[in-house]
Design a binder for this molecule. Structure first.
Ligand code: ADP
Ligand code: MG
Length: 252
């Protein structure tokens, strides 16, 4: 392992609602993600998976406990710091959330331009490259309506990866897919993560994809009740690859 910690969550507690309706959703959740690791967070519906993912992803405020993300403490962090951190993450959701009026290429360009203001020509180049990596070079000018579910989710992966994020957070990305497309999407996420040294946290209750994880954290009723390490693939020695060339020049 590189020993690099991308995320350290410690003693995380979280509540929703207030007064009588106040309900605790997470209890003392503790885990760490090393650079380049591929971790699956599993558990039944309502167990707290999305809550964990949104806390790590700076999409909601940490209430109690600690999350260190890319060497920044999220407990008590201000909105500006959270926004800056969010830009270093890639998100993939169950619904692909593609803009229906934009082509695959334009959708992926948004993933890099929204934050960086990169000139069109460079964004186009980066987006085309990312679509190539997910095997969609021949579909770059297609609208989402003309792509299959698996292809749309691959566009969403390209959009999440085009900015070269340190951490990819995926919430039920295979829920709407058939078995083969689901396996394809997860394998792709895993392979790209390994090649590029990206860390991935994938939330699912889809146990068709469990054998693909380096590590599985199981949540039940807001608590981590198990940690499993499925056998490593033959082709996976000690950790991530050296990481490919970034899609984009390093930020200045
Ligand atoms: P999962 O993603 O595993 O299905 P969630 O993290 O979405 O679970 O939810 C965990 C618990 O927190 C559930 O009991 C859910 O009802 C509750 N919860 C989640 N989001 C909210 C919210 N915005 N307001 C109130 N309760 C919520
Ligand atoms: Mg959820």
């Amino acid at each position: 392992m590189t020993g690099d910690r991308i995320v350290t969550a410690q003693g995380l507690n979280h509540w929703f609602g207030s007064g009588e309706a106040r309900k605790q959703a997470l209890f003392d959740v503790t885990f760490a993600l090393d650079r380049g690791s591929f971790t699956v967070l599993m558990g039944p519906s309502g167990s707290g998976k999305t809550t964990v993912l949104t806390l790590v992803g700076c999409l909601r405020a940490v209430q109690a406990g600690s999350v260190r993300l890319l060497d920044h403490e999220l407990l008590g962090a201000g909105e500006a710091a959270l926004v800056a951190l969010r830009r270093r993450l890639g998100f993939i959701f169950q619904a692909h959330n593609l803009h229906e009026s934009l082509t695959a290429l334009e959708n992926v360009m948004m993933g890099v331009q929204v934050h960086s203001g990169l000139p069109d020509a460079l964004a186009r180049q980066a987006a085309a490259h990312a679509l190539g990596l997910v095997g969609l070079s021949d579909r770059i000018d297609y609208l989402p309506a003309n792509l299959s579910g698996g292809q749309k989710q691959r566009v969403a992966i390209a959009r999440a990866l085009v900015g070269n994020p340190a951490l990819v957070l995926a919430d039920e990305p295979t829920a709407a897919l058939d078995k083969d497309s689901a396996a394809e999407v997860v394998d792709l996420l895993k392979r790209l993560g390994r090649e590029r040294g990206t860390t991935t946290l994938l939330v699912t209750h889809d146990n068709r994809i469990l054998d693909r994880a380096d590590r599985i954290l199981t949540l039940e009723d807001g608590r981590i009740v198990r940690v499993d390490h499925p056998a490593r693939d033959a082709g996976s020695p000690d950790g991530p690859g050296s990481g490919g060339l970034p899609f984009l020049p390093p930020a200045t």
